[in-house]
Structures are given as structure tokens and as C-alpha cells.
Design a protein around this ligand. Structure first.
Ligand code: ATP
Length: 249
């Protein structure tokens, strides 16, 4: 992916880079046009958050890392925006916590599924799930319910960055520990999450990896204590406070 023509000194470098990647994703058949709208909504919240990782999001990323290290079968779900924005970072996180990667689309077409699988492989993924689609999320309409039975279907911990609210709620109802990355603390996805990380995926994914690497030698007891101390409601409230008042995080 070429991150061209944006001087790093530009005050809105990260934001422009993000837009460029999403645009390139649409051109490459990875990201849907709906993905452009999701990007716009995310950008607005990122602006209000000061385009930085707030302390409560950093805490949540550490808790997410602990969950992933404790998991029997963690799976990272990837959609068109995630694939366009941070494919390498997803592969690095999967390697750090020994997770599967599964493509999971709201607007599913076989062509886009395949394009995303190929794109992730180009960025270092060995195996990418999602094409078998022999499992279902209960109570979700047929097309959007498709998952791999040996992927998200049998996962105990799922990372769902930018998930749509319906599916996030349905995955929660399946009893999965759900780690959601979403810049909107009021979205249904963030509210359905076991661990909501209110941050841009471009910052949050590498941050979870960094925490996972730092916690790699931690005992089960230490990891369980990190998980037990976390309160999702507090994390969402801290993010809402940060949005309302830029110096009150
Ligand atoms: P709900 O979860 O309330 O049903 P939604 O699924 O309708 O909301 P969408 O319009 O599909 O929400 O938007 C996707 C979500 O992804 C938005 O909440 C937006 O803030 C978030 N988002 C977009 N880009 C990013 C990003 N780069 N990092 C993190 N979150 C993002």
C-alpha cells in the first residue's frame, strides 16, 4: 500500500493517511462504499478525542491483551475498513497472541471476501478464515450471520474492530468475550462489548500487541487479576467525559 504524497509534517497527517488508505481500499475492492461513511463517523469522534489514545483506552487495550493471552481460541475479525487501515498490524497482533484471523463482512460478497483474504496474505498472514462460512450467528439475517465454524464459531474471545451493532450484540449473546474497538463510546457495539476500546484502530491494534508482548511472561493469576479489575461501564464513561471536555480524561 503506498502512503504517498502526504508530508509527515502536515498537522493532519494521520487523518489524511487514514482517508487515503480507505480510498485505496475502495479502489482495490477491499472496502465497501459504506465503509467510507463509517470512516467519516469515526473521524468525527477521533477529532473530539483529540486524535490520541486516552488513558482509559490504553487500560482497555491492556485488558484486551490479557483476555487474548488467557484465551483458548482467540479470533480477530477483519472487515473492509480494518483490512485497508491496518493489515500488517492485525497480522502482528494475531502472531503475538496466537489468534486466528477471520474475514467477516457486513456487505458480504465473495469477490470482496477473496480480495481481503489476498490482501491480508500480501501483508504476512498465513491462514485467513471466513471463506468456508459453515457456521452461523443466531438471530442475525442469513447473509450477515455467516462465520466459520472452526473460527469465530468456536472462539472464546473475539476481537471485533468496527463491528456493526447487531452482530456485536448477537456475538455477545453467544457467550463470547468480545473486544470491540470503536471510536464511538455510544455505539451499540461498544456497549455490547466485554472490553470496549474507544480508540482509532490504527492506534489500538498495535497498542494491544505492545501490551501482549509486555505481558507475555505474566502468570495466569496476574492476567486474571487484570481482567477482573476492569469495568466496561467506567471505560465508556471516561471516553464520554474525554469527548465532552478535552482536559478531563
Ligand atoms: P452501532 O454500533 O451503534 O449499531 P453502527 O454499526 O451503525 O453503530 P457504523 O455507521 O457502521 O456504526 O460505523 C462504524 C463504527 O465504526 C462507528 O461507530 C465509528 O465510530 C467506528 N469507526 C470508524 N472508523 C474507525 C476507526 N478507524 N477506528 C475505530 N473506530 C472506527
Amino acid at each position: 500500500m503506498s502512503d504517498i504524497e502526504i508530508p509527515e509534517s502536515h498537522p493532519r497527517y494521520q487523518s489524511l493517511l487514514t482517508r487515503h488508505r480507505i480510498e485505496a481500499g475502495v479502489e482495490k475492492g477491499i472496502t465497501s462504499q459504506q465503509g467510507l461513511i463509517a470512516q467519516g463517523r469515526g473521524e468525527a469522534f477521533d477529532y473530539l478525542l483529540g486524535e490520541e489514545t486516552i488513558p482509559s483506552a490504553d487500560d482497555a487495550a491492556r485488558v484486551a491483551a490479557a483476555h487474548l493471552l488467557l484465551a483458548d481460541h482467540p479470533v480477530i475479525s477483519v472487515n473492509g475498513n480494518v483490512a485497508a487501515l491496518c493489515p500488517e498490524e492485525i497480522v502482528e497482533l494475531a502472531d503475538a497472541v496466537d489468534a486466528d484471523i477471520e474475514v467477516n463482512l457486513f456487505n458480504r460478497t465473495e469477490a470482496r471476501m477473496q480480495a481481503i483474504v489476498d490482501h491480508l496474505r500480501e501483508h504476512g498472514a498465513d491462514e485467513v478464515k471466513g471463506l468456508t462460512a459453515d457456521g452461523r450467528i443466531p438471530n442475525i439475517d442469513h447473509k450477515r450471520a455467516k462465520i466459520d465454524a472452526d473460527g469465530i464459531g468456536s472462539a472464546d474471545v473475539v476481537v471485533v474492530p468496527l463491528e456493526d451493532g447487531d452482530r456485536a450484540e448477537a456475538l455477545g449473546a453467544m457467550g463470547k468475550t468480545e473486544i470491540v474497538v470503536d471510536l464511538n463510546p455510544m455505539s451499540r457495539s461498544a456497549r455490547a462489548a466485554t472490553v470496549p476500546i474507544v480508540d482509532n484502530i490504527m492506534r489500538a491494534v498495535p497498542n494491544i500487541t505492545a501490551h501482549a508482548n509486555a505481558l507475555k511472561d505474566a502468570s495466569r493469576e496476574e492476567l486474571e487479576a487484570i481482567v477482573a479489575e476492569f469495568d466496561a461501564e467506567d471505560a465508556l464513561e471516561a471516553a464520554e467525559r474525554a469527548i465532552r471536555s478535552s482536559d478531563d480524561t
